[in-house]
Design a protein around this ligand. Structure first.
Ligand code: GLU
Length: 320
């Protein structure tokens, strides 16, 4: 009996060591800690890491600068996967807009799309900002370098024929700092392209008097009509203190991307961890509540599907 137990212990030790030797670490790029990308990455990793014993994957999802930083890190091979706005997925794959200079990232692969992200403007009540055009001459936090929202803000400004010089101040504070900057009267407005409800917008709208601002008009209409990765969006009235009616704006979709150089089995296991446990995933953030599996395999995706993701979607009958 004693011998058997010892043998079992030795076997367990041996197996443990073997499993450890084969463990593969994967890194997912997210965004600021007050955003929803961080929750996306943390949630995916939580589900992946529940199955480490079976697939040997160990997942981490550190905070990053956002969409552009994530795409660049995946391209450099520093990260395996990441979250990126649908507009920047498109431009990275096609080598357009901000990615014209670096050239097309033709190995970029789509995995799935996540929540919608309205381009959201929040202004101090005393700044008297009723429409986007009222931002002219004001102090505005346009977003941190590396974020998708700063890049999208640049697109909006170009569409309107403005530049950053049209603002009295264009600060590049991180999402975690922007609510306080607004309420300390360091800026008149902040811009955040993010899933709702969002904690940092809740902070900005409850710590001081502020409200959401509509983003529409001919220039935005043209952007939405001419680009498949933009759509109209509404932030429901009552979601944030100080804004009782719906706010019209445009938006993108958060998407999960990887590279053709990440192996199929790894991407398959990550996708499987999410969709085999989808009810659990959806409970991890209110912005995920409305997600539908079949929609997530195509909405907002412009790069080709990663073969590892495609394999899982075929098994489930979501793609042909
Ligand atoms: N859309 C933002 C970006 O790409 C990030 C939003 C978030 O962190 O949830 O920079």
């Amino acid at each position: 009996m004693k011998h058997v137990t010892m043998l079992a212990a030795a076997l367990a030790l041996g197996l443990g060591a073997a499993a450890q030797a084969e463990e593969k670490f994967i890194t997912i790029g997210t965004g600021g800690q007050t955003g929803v990308y961080f929750v996306v990455g943390q949630s995916i990793c939580r589900l992946v890491n529940r199955g480490t014993a079976e697939h040997n994957l160990k997942c981490t999802a550190p905070s990053t600068g956002g969409s552009i930083a994530n795409i660049n890190s995946i391209r450099a091979g520093d990260m395996d996967m990441g979250v990126a706005q649908s507009d920047w997925q498109f431009h990275a794959y096609n080598g357009s807009s901000k990615f014209e200079e670096g050239g097309a990232f033709s190995d970029l692969r789509a995995v799935f799309s996540v929540h919608p992200e309205p381009f959201t403007v929040i202004a101090r009540k005393d700044a008297n900002i009723k429409t986007f055009d009222d931002l002219k001459g004001k102090r505005v936090n346009v977003g941190n370098p590396g974020s998708g929202q700063l890049a999208t803000m640049e697109v909006v400004l170009a569409a309107k024929g403005w530049t950053m010089a049209d603002f009295a101040l264009a600060s590049e504070l991180k999402p975690a700092e922007q609510a306080q900057a607004l309420c300390d009267n360091k800026v008149d407005a902040i811009i955040y392209t993010v899933g709702h409800p969002n904690g940092s917008i809740q902070e900005a709208t409850t710590s001081c008097e502020s409200n959401l601002v509509a983003v529409d008009g001919p220039a935005i209409e043209k952007l939405v009509n001419e680009n498949p990765f933009y759509s109209w969006a509404t932030v429901p009235g009552g979601m944030y203190t100080g804004t009782d009616s719906d706010t019209a704006t445009f938006g993108v979709r958060a998407t999960f991307v990887s590279s053709a150089s990440v192996d199929d089995e790894t991407v398959y296991q990550v996708v499987k961890a999410v969709f085999d446990n989808f009810d659990r995933f959806k409970k991890l953030h209110p912005a995920f509540e409305i997600l539908k599996e079949e929609e997530m395999v195509s909405a907002g995706l412009s790069a080709p599907l990663h073969p590892g993701a495609e394999r899982y979607y075929k098994e489930r009958g979501w793609v042909q």
